[in-house]
Structures are given as structure tokens and as C-alpha cells.
Design a protein around this ligand. Structure first.
Ligand code: NAD
Ligand code: ZN
Length: 356
């Protein structure tokens, strides 16, 4: 399966399916100019599992260097960015060289940012290894975290290709499956009622996320993301709808210092809050909550205070003129932006935390 992604700045393929990692060499051989060398950036978990497979596919067709960093979102840091840049300079990568991002969204964002800024930007290929990365590998946003906030530093940089070998997903731990699945649910809620209904029907436990049905869900998710990004590459308008669940989700992740909860698990709580804010989606929110609970999603961390969460939401990149921009739904596939004052949202959030 191939999905063509077209943005105003670039066109590139997403290869998706069992063992499509074999496409890597085809992609590399078709690059013009041919890369002098490659830099594979991965994390220790993914490296232990799949680095050898990837290196075997490359074989001796290209020279490559490999850098493995620790796993975890706190590794999307200035320190690792610097380490990668120094490594690239020491290994004499030039403007023809290509970065290979082998990993989940953390590696994709970091490696993409390294590629996007090394010598003012060199090419990169995404090899996503998480369900979540169906989202992060498409769209061209790359970046790292700043102590003041997540994803605060970055560039838009589109990959040459995305090679999504779904056989790599079988080793994902349950909480990471949930994390990625939350983003699939997000895509369904903002754009595709049928997808939502079929997922609801077919995914009764987290272990149902496999095989053809997982692949189809990922393909639909990528298509939805692509459709939105194509219309709004630099997030001037409707791309903001992709932040559904994220304003509160990011605040929860931040308050918990990115520990004990995955990105998507936090976004899922953010989606439930957003659904509670419009009376037309209140019932949908309650149904979603029951489904998420049976899938093992964590409940709301009740020790978090509404006021500290709201403080974080005010600092969100999307906050404007002191108003917090929430993405809400007028029903399936009908996202809209709704600005709140922090006082108003804090009182809604307090009652949500009390009731959920
Ligand atoms: P991640 O890359 O940290 O991966 C999660 C964990 O799973 C890590 O411990 C990793 O080592 C492990 N792992 C990865 N693949 C595995 C596999 N196949 N088998 C076993 N373990 C595996 O996190 P993620 O959830 O993939 O991505 C989250 C990141 O993506 C966040 O930093 C978020 O900000 C970013 N993101 C970016 C965009 C974007 O548009 N650029 C969109 C959404 C999310
Ligand atoms: Zn997300």
C-alpha cells in the first residue's frame, strides 16, 4: 500500500504494510543526488529490536553511521539535538547526506529537526515504529522540547518518504498501543464517523489492534491527517483541528512531567473534556469514556489541580490574546475552535475533574 502525500512544498510516498521496510533501498536508490552517507538515528528500545533489520536492508549499498539515544520523550532535548549535530559533523555528513529516523514520534521529531537544520536542511526518511507515528511521521512538523514547554523549538521539514513497516508494531507495549490508538480515534472523531463506528465495533481490547484491521485504521488516519495538512501546511487555519484533545492533553503530560502517562493517553482525557464542553457531544463523550476504560486507558489523575492545568494551557502555542483556544466538535467530523477565558475554562475543568 502506498499513500501519496502532497503538500505545497513537497510530494512524498508513505509505504505501509507488512515488511515494507524492504522498500528502504528502493527509496534511497531513487534519491537524486545520491547520498554520500546516511545517519540512522534511533533510540535504545527500537535499536535493540530493529536496527539490525534496517542495517541488513541497507547492506553495503550505502555507508551509514548510527546514533542510538535513550528512549523517552525527555530525550527530545537540546542536549541530544547537539549530540546528533556534533556526530553528523564528525562523521562528515554533507548536504547530500540523508538522516534516517528509526523510531516513534520522539525520534521522528528529533531526527527530523536535526535533518531540517543541519547545514540549513538535509533530506530525511521516516521509519515510524509506533502506532502514534501514523500521526507524527506525516505532516512535516519536527522539533524538540524546551524546559518551558513541549515542542516549542522546531521547523517544518517534510521527509523524502515514510516507510511504515507494520510488522514492527507487534512489539509495542500496551500503553504505547493505547497512545497511538488515541490519535486514530482523534482522527476518526474530527473527520470520519464511519471509521469511528467500525473501530468501536472491532476493537474490544487493546490486543485487537493488529493485522489488517490495524493497517486499515492507520491508512485512514494518515489520509485524514494528510487531507487536513494538505490544505493548511503551516497551520494557519484548519490544521488546528488536529489539536483536538491536545490543549488539556499537553497540560496533563506537563504536570506529570511526562511520566506515568503516554501522550495519547493524556490526549484521550483531553478529548473527553472537549466532548463534555458541547452538549451535543456529551453523550458521545460518556460512551467514549466507557470504551477507553475497557481498553485500559488510565483514569483522570485526580491529584492534578484545575488551576495548574489551566496555567499550562495559557502558555500553549495556540493560546491567543489571553484566550485559550479549545477544539470542540459539533458532532462527528465537525470540529470548530472555541475560545475561553482562563476563568471560564477553569471552572468547567474543575467540574469535569469532579465528575469524571
Ligand atoms: P516514542 O517515540 O517515545 O515511543 C514510545 C516508546 O515506545 C519509547 O519507549 C520507544 O522506545 C518505544 N518503541 C517505539 N517503537 C517500538 C516498537 N516497535 N516496539 C517496542 N517499543 C517501541 O513516542 P511516540 O508515542 O511514538 O511519539 C510521541 C512523540 O511524538 C511526542 O514527542 C509527540 O510530541 C510527538 N508527536 C509529533 C507529532 C508531529 O506532528 N510531529 C504529532 C504527534 C506526536
Ligand atoms: Zn498528538
Amino acid at each position: 500500500n502506498t499513500i501519496d502525500i502532497t503538500t505545497p512544498s513537497k510530494k512524498y510516498p508513505v509505504f505501509i504494510g507488512d515488511k515494507v521496510i524492504d522498500q528502504l533501498n528502493v527509496v534511497l536508490e531513487n534519491l537524486n543526488p545520491s547520498p554520500k552517507n546516511l545517519l540512522i538515528i534511533t533510540d535504545e528500545n527500537v535499536g535493540n529490536l530493529y536496527l539490525e533489520t534496517v542495517q541488513n536492508v541497507i547492506g553495503d549499498a550505502f555507508t551509514y553511521e548510527t546514533i542510538q539515544i535513550q528512549a523517552g520523550d525527555d530525550q527530545k532535548s537540546f542536549e541530544n539535538y547537539m549530540t546528533c549535530q556534533s556526530f553528523a559533523l564528525n562523521k562528515e555528513l554533507d548536504r547530500t547526506s540523508v538522516v534516517i529516523a528509526l523510531g516513534g514520534g520522539m525520534i521522528g521529531d528529533l531526527a527530523g529537526f536535526v535533518a531540517g537544520t543541519y547545514m540549513r536542511g538535509i533530506r530525511f526518511v521516516q521509519i515510524p515504529t509506533t502506532i502514534l507515528a501514523h500521526d507524527s511521521a506525516v505532516g512535516g512538523k519536527t522539533g524538540i522540547n524546551h524546559p518551558e514547554g513541549k515542542n516549542m523549538i522546531g521547523v517544518f521539514h517534510q521527509p523524502e518518504a515514510v516507510i511504515y513497516s507494520t510488522d514492527f508494531l507487534t512489539t509495542l507495549p500496551g500503553n504505547e498501543k493505547r497512545s497511538g490508538f488515541a490519535e486514530v480515534i482523534k482522527h476518526a472523531l474530527i473527520a470520519d464517523e464511519n471509521l469511528y463506528r467500525s473501530l468501536r465495533e472491532n476493537v474490544k481490547t487493546i490486543d485487537d489492534l493488529k493485522g489488517d484491521s490495524l493497517q486499515q485504521a492507520l491508512i485512514q488516519g494518515i489520509k485524514i491527517k494528510n487531507a487536513i495538512v494538505t490544505q493548511d501546511e503551516k497551520e494557519k487555519g484548519i490544521r488546528a483541528y488536529l489539536n483536538f484533545g491536545h490543549t488539556l492533553g499537553h497540560a496533563i503530560e506537563g504536570e506529570l512531567q511526562y511520566k506515568g502517562i503516554t501522550h495519547g493517553e493524556a490526549v484521550a482525557l483531553g478529548m473527553l473534556f472537549a466532548l463534555s464542553l458541547n452538549e451535543d457531544t456529551e453523550i458521545l463523550g460518556q460512551e467514549l469514556k466507557m470504551w477507553l476504560t475497557t481498553l485500559g486507558f488510565p483514569s483522570f489523575p485526580k491529584h492534578l489541580s484545575a488551576s495548574s492545568l489551566i496555567n499550562r494551557m495559557k502558555k500553549d502555542k495556540k493560546a491567543e490574546k489571553g484566550m485559550i483556544q479549545m477544539v470542540l466538535l459539533n458532532g462527528f467530523g465537525k470540529p470548530y475552535l472555541s475560545p475561553y477565558t482562563s476563568e471560564e475554562l477553569e471552572s468547567k475543568l474543575s467540574s469535569f475533574i469532579g465528575e469524571i
